[in-house]
Design a protein around this ligand. Sequence first.
Ligand code: FES
Ligand SMILES: [Fe+2]
Length: 357
Amino acid sequence: MPDAKLVPPPTKGHVSIARVSHAWYVVCEARELGKKPLRVELLGTPLVLFRAEGGKPAALLDRCPHRNAPLSLGRVVAGGRLECAYHGWQFEGGGRCALVPGLVGGSEARERRAPACATREQGGLIWVWAELDEEPTREPFALGDAPAGYTRVVRHVEAPGTLHATLENALDVPHTAFLHRGLFRGAGKRNEIRATVRRSADRVEVEYAGEPRPSGAVGYLLSPSGGTVEHWDRFILPSIAQVEYRLGRESHFTVTAFGTPVSDFVTRLFAVVDFRSPIPAWLVRPFLEPVALSIFKQDTRVLRAQSETVRAFGGEQYMSTELDLIGPHIWRLLKQAEAGERASDETSVEREVRFLA
Ligand code: FES
Ligand SMILES: [Fe+2]
């Protein structure tokens, strides 16, 4: 009898991890950063956030340059300085050490500092430039305020997946009828959808036409009277996933999710939802939130299982079809950005795909 052997099909010896560091990421909501320092992780590096002079957000490497105590154990003192919990060195928002308690005389002249990241507070979010001691070359994505007549809800969640897997999941349509059956799509018969994919230098957009109103519970809430559906999904570098729905004339939803690579296999999503609906917001919210959370739980389960499988096989496998509309584009854009290349706008492509959903 021949030996029984299980030989998996060839696996790529790497994982789809792109570390785009010369970029802005959201690290917390502005309301989360109060008087106490806050430890966050970005691209695997621990940072401490605090409000420095004038309440301006500051981000330092979360390691005291004196003896490696995490600065996040410290406290913010007068003048918006962060005081280390161990020997009390005090750091300004830019990282300069302004005080060494008890030190008398000469060596004060020496420059002591903790590495710092540039920060911005914008749209109710705190952004960090993911390089230490580097001047940002651009500003963060300008979200703006919610338009008049719209309700804004901001939520953040943590996904156990790579940035690429998490963003693809957020913008992937075909899994919704399957993984989220009944909640989002899939309760009715399938319709032929026409998707137009447009890729340019820093983004890819898919426009869907022929989509029926979502048939699950969500569909009714979004548009009780039916009407035509307009739907766009967008990925914008470095890590923004945006889903926009117009249903009939009155309902309009935009979810802008800012992805933050906490570490290679953990991604935080800061979702800003702006919506306008014929049903009053106070009625929509308590219903929509638990539904959104159930959907996210299903996504979390599959993302975790995906990550574990990739780890167990020591690599990954991809067998894409035309239905995987956006994931391969996201990957290409991320890899270009990681290498510091920027595609020119002439590389714009437009393609049409038909499928059933
Ligand atoms: S370890 Fe921070 S002051 Fe000594
Ligand atoms: Fe999903």
